[in-house]
Write a protein that binds this ligand. Structure first.
Ligand code: ATP
Length: 611
């Protein structure tokens, strides 16, 4: 099987996209794994710059979604045994729709082909038969060879990678398709750790594996991906979160209702307004939409190219009661970055049905309650001869009835139904006892709110939204306006001449000792050195020159404006820390320190994706 080439979405500037991917490869952000062996579709290696950017994203996610919220983090295996995925429903339903070209054998994701050709934005929720009709009606052709796909069957294809645990045939296992199952499956231990107190949240950042039918658009759809997920266990009857911290967070929402009305533009609102208007039904979901919106913006996602779209019926995963996707605009297309789902009690109920351990927590009543419990002891010596092979089932049904509807046992006979057959049971053959007990609480299955983030797609979005290019004297210059909080290198230090090398190296050593990611570069003219750093998104450059020896100051240059100020070497550590943490911006430095001429004479490159 070969994979289809990535079609360019409508409105995409293919050249810019190609140049960005080329930059990513050349400057060590990401590239196809094992290129020397022809690569393997859907597998990418993050190079030194990309790995640093990805790590910064993961750390920032950890700080915001785990540490700042008081949620804990775990690290579970990536391989899990088959019964886990039987219980979770992934074996049955974690499918995408596959259509294969009879002429060239290329496999395609059928719903994506339909989205690319027909006037349908979301085809994922449509049944395979409808996708087949759309392929026929819209005369969809194979993107690889052009042959008609009409009449080819559309089949469900399970995306999980199977493996064998242990030698020989072993026992079947699967690489996890999402990090979440590692949390659900160990809920009994985690609930114990949380002392059974709801709500509590467990996060995990790690690899997940999906045998995508057609991986495409570099790291936007890969077969080995990194997810950052939070499973928040809440009491279904408990209160919602305190919205105060995010009430004014801005959201660009596209509700399911608006989509059904043919709307494709999001409207601007706030978390508070969305909750009050009932647009977002669950307050926990609204809370995390607000957290996500602010967090994405702080990472450098362009807020005008970010929206939250509610899943329409049919699109929702098998477990989701409600789900909103965070989507970023990339190359003229909306790409799902994350989903914030209300999963109800689906996950824990499923594991509760299949596993021996307790997938619930004990909810203490405010005051102990006195309750009457009715129990029955059917006389099997009577029921056996009367109901034969169904006698045990009849007895079980009587016991269930005693818990459910004890009054029905007061009469002379009672009707119970077993496998569709009604049996009239004489209550004289059933001993009924009623006991009064005091209960202090009950077992409840928590509901799950799940913010599930993709790290790879966010890394791509950050690069895309930061990408700037222009042409100076026939030479194309590119820069990445990455936020200082995530930029792989915070500052580069240059000696202006050979005479300043030692001093520049000493500054590098000092900054590194403080934990800053710093580069040293003494090759080529200063303009070239700036270009090299601009291209990988280094926000600040420090130039050491002869004046440094005299007055202990260096030139600090801002990548985005190319503005330069003269600052004391002794202040560098504090200033860089403040710039990285967002406590100061460069303009405030320009107000405090002497501004020096624009050394390299370059204006910042404009944003090719901007207005
Ligand atoms: P899609 O519809 O694009 O296949 P999904 O709805 O199946 O995605 P989820 O199961 O909600 O995705 O996974 C959570 C997040 O993981 C997504 O929002 C996305 O950022 C990321 N993700 C999922 N599949 C991939 C993939 N193949 N490559 C890169 N990231 C992915």
């Amino acid at each position: 099987m070969t994979e289809n080439p990535a079609p360019a979405p409508e409105g995409a500037d293919v050249d810019v996209r190609e140049r960005l991917v080329e930059l990513a490869k050349r400057r060590g952000f990401f590239f196809r794994t094992a290129g020397a062996y022809g690569g393997a579709a859907g597998f990418y290696t993050f190079g030194p710059e990309g790995a640093a950017l990805k790590r910064a994203v993961e750390n920032a996610w950890r700080d915001r979604f785990a540490v700042a919220e008081g949620n804990v983090e775990i690290d579970a295996p990536t391989v899990l045994p088959e019964p886990v995925f039987e219980a979770s429903g992934h074996l049955d339903t974690f499918d995408d729709m596959l259509v294969e070209c009879a002429d060239c054998g290329t496999s395609h994701r059928a719903d994506h082909l339909v989205e690319d050709h027909a006037d349908i934005e979301e085809a994922e929720g449509l049944p395979p038969e409808e996708i087949e009709s759309l392929i026929r009606d819209d005369e969809v052709a194979c993107p690889a060879c052009g042959a008609a796909l009409s009449g080819e069957p559309v089949e469900d294809f399970n995306l999980m990678f199977e493996t064998a645990i242990g030698p020989g045939s072993g026992s079947p296992g699967y690489l996890r398709p999402e990090t979440a199952q590692g949390i659900f499956v160990d809920f009994p231990r985690l609930a114990e750790y949380a002392r059974g107190q709801l709500p509590f949240g467990v996060t995990q950042i790690g690899r997940a594996y999906r045998n995508e039918i057609s991986p495409r658009r570099s790291i936007l759809r890969v077969r080995e991906l990194t997810q950052a997920e939070l499973e928040l266990f809440v009491d279904p009857e408990g209160g919602g979160p305190d919205l105060a911290g995010v009430a004014d967070a801005e959201l660009r929402l596209l509700s399911a209702e608006a989509q059904l009305d043919g709307e494709s533009e999001p409207y601007e609102t706030t978390v508070r307004e969305a909750v009050d208007a009932g647009t977002v039904g669950n307050e926990w979901v609204a809370y995390y939409l607000g957290v996500a919106s602010e967090w994405y913006e702080s990472m450098g996602v362009d807020p005008d190219r970010l929206r939250f779209r509610q899943h329409v019926a049919g699109e929702r995963a098998h477990y989701a009661v409600d789900c909103w996707d965070a989507e970023s605009e990339v190359d003229g297309d909306w790409v799902e970055l994350a989903g914030v789902a209300d999963r109800g009690d689906y996950d824990l109920s499923k594991h509760r049905e299949h596993a021996d351990e307790r997938f619930s927590v004990f909810r203490q009543y405010d005051e102990a309650r006195t309750v009457e419990r009715t129990d029955v002891d059917p006389d099997m010596s009577e029921l056996g001869p009367r109901y034969g092979g169904d006698a045990e089932a009849v007895a079980d049904e009587l016991r269930a009835l005693a818990g459910r509807d004890p009054e029905t046992l007061d009469g002379e006979s009672v009707t119970v139904t077993v496998d569709g057959t009604d049996y009239q049971v004489d209550t004289g053959h059933v001993e009924v006892t009623t006991e009064t007990t005091t209960e202090t609480g009950e077992h409840v299955v928590p509901h799950v709110i799940e913010p599930s983030f993709g790290v790879d797609r966010l890394v791509y979005t950050l690069l895309d939204h930061a990408y700037r290019e222009d042409e100076v004297e026939g030479e194309r210059r590119t820069s990445l306006a990455l936020d200082p909080s995530v930029a792989p290198t915070l500052a580069a230090v240059f000696p202006l001449t050979d005479g300043e090398r030692d001093r520049a190296e000493a500054i590098v050593a000092e900054l590194r000792a403080e934990g800053f990611a710093v580069e040293y570069d003494d090759s080529g003219n200063i303009g070239r050195r700036y270009r090299r750093q601009d291209e990988v998104g280094t926000p600040f450059c420090v130039t050491v020159d002869p004046d440094t020896h005299a007055d202990g100051t260096v030139t600090l240059r801002d990548r985005n404006t190319t503005e330069q100020v003269r600052v004391p070497v002794d202040a560098l550590v504090a200033l860089l820390a403040a710039l990285r943490n967002g406590d100061r911006d460069f303009a405030s430095l320009a107000a405090e320190y002497p501004v020096v001429g624009d050394g390299d004479g370059s204006a910042p490159a404009p944003d090719p994706g901007g207005e």
